[in-house]
Design a binder for this molecule. Structure first.
Ligand code: ADP
Length: 318
């Protein structure tokens, strides 16, 4: 890796540009902010905020010359002043750069200026499954099968490359304009290590942590599968499987695999969830076994979902 990659420098700066000639008077008075990559010789209009994360704010930005729009993670230098914080971001960038798959958010490029680090990503205009879930509360079995096929395709690609995501949750499943799902946010992702080499630190989102991660036995591909089981449960039931008012109690429930399966779920969905949420990682279904489970083979999966399904139950015909 280039050692200068993330050194603070004066390569870029933020400025106010002259208004575009073809703009109306009212637009011209609200000058858009422009981010300049001096070294890369490119300028970007900073658009609306897409969301806030742990380290970063994410904005829509448009390349002034090509008019291509990106989702850009903007990380203030002040948030990564400590070496371990910087390392985390470098890890995320270096890992994400190597990924190329239709169900993984595309990494475009990055640069930094005195104030921020900018990570340019494919814009997923329909945000994430978390946004869809908030609007819908529960999804139907065909929709869950549709999204699961995309998630599993992306996740198999990662696992085959020896990469664990370690933070699978609704907010990290991004949705493109064409309703295709893309795995994103590699802030906690790591190379797969042998059980002995594994770091035993706890990371990830508490509700979706697997029992073996809580018991400090490390995170394997099976732990990503556990999180996926929690995602399926949440999408079908409307709430996460292990949710209590107290984090300690939640951890206890996870370790004992204590959760309830609503009888309103289809029998095959109940079977699938209980075959994934197994305490022993070796007893859990693998990604391939999920795809050949009766939940998939006995029910239909649509080839496409209409954008209206982000906010209302779609009419789907087998
Ligand atoms: P975190 O993982 O802590 O939520 P992120 O920086 O990954 O933080 O993302 C912050 C928010 O920005 C997300 O919740 C999402 O709404 C939005 N976002 C991130 N990446 C994209 C993208 N590629 N396309 C569209 N929106 C995005």
């Amino acid at each position: 890796m280039n050692p200068d990659l993330l050194k603070p420098s004066e390569r870029t700066h933020t400025t106010q540009p002259p208004p575009k000639p073809n703009r109306s008077k009212s637009e011209a008075t609200t000058k858009p902010e422009v981010v300049v990559d001096v070294e890369g010789k490119r300028c970007y209009y900073k658009g609306k905020i897409l969301g806030k994360g742990g380290f970063a704010r994410c904005y829509e930005m448009t390349d002034v010359a090509s008019e291509k729009t990106y989702a850009v993670k903007v990380i203030p230098q002040s948030r990564v002043s400590k070496p371990h914080q910087r390392e985390k971001i470098i890890n995320e960038i270096e890992l994400h750069k190597t990924l190329q798959h239709k169900h993984v958010v595309k990494f475009s490029h990055h640069f930094e200026d005195e104030e921020n680090i900018y990570i340019f990503l494919e814009l997923c205009s329909r945000k994430s499954l978390a946004h869809i879930w908030k609007a819908r509360h529960t999804l139907t079995d065909p929709e869950v099968r549709y999204y699961l096929r995309h998630i599993i395709s992306g996740l198999k690609y990662l696992h085959n490359k020896g990469i664990l995501h370690r933070d699978l949750k609704l907010g990290n499943f991004f949705v493109s304009e064409g309703m295709e799902l893309r795995l994103g946010d590699f802030g906690l992702a790591a190379k797969l290590e042998t059980a002995e080499q594994r770091k035993k630190t706890i990371c990830g989102t508490p509700n979706y942590l697997a029992p073996e991660v809580l018991n400090r036995q490390g995170h394997g591909t099976e732990s990503d599968v556990w999180s996926l089981g929690c995602v399926i449960y949440t999408l079908l039931c409307g709430n996460p499987p292990f949710e209590t008012l107290d984090l300690k109690e939640t951890y206890k429930c996870i370790k004992e695999v204590r959760y309830t399966l609503p009888q309103t779920l289809s029998p095959s969905a109940q079977k699938l969830i209980s075959a994934i949420l197994q305490k022993n990682p070796a007893d859990r279904l693998t990604l391939d076994q999920i795809l050949t489970h009766e939940y998939f083979t006995k029910g239909f999966t649509p080839d496409k979902l209409p954008p209206s399904s982000c906010v209302m139950v779609p009419e789907l015909n087998p």
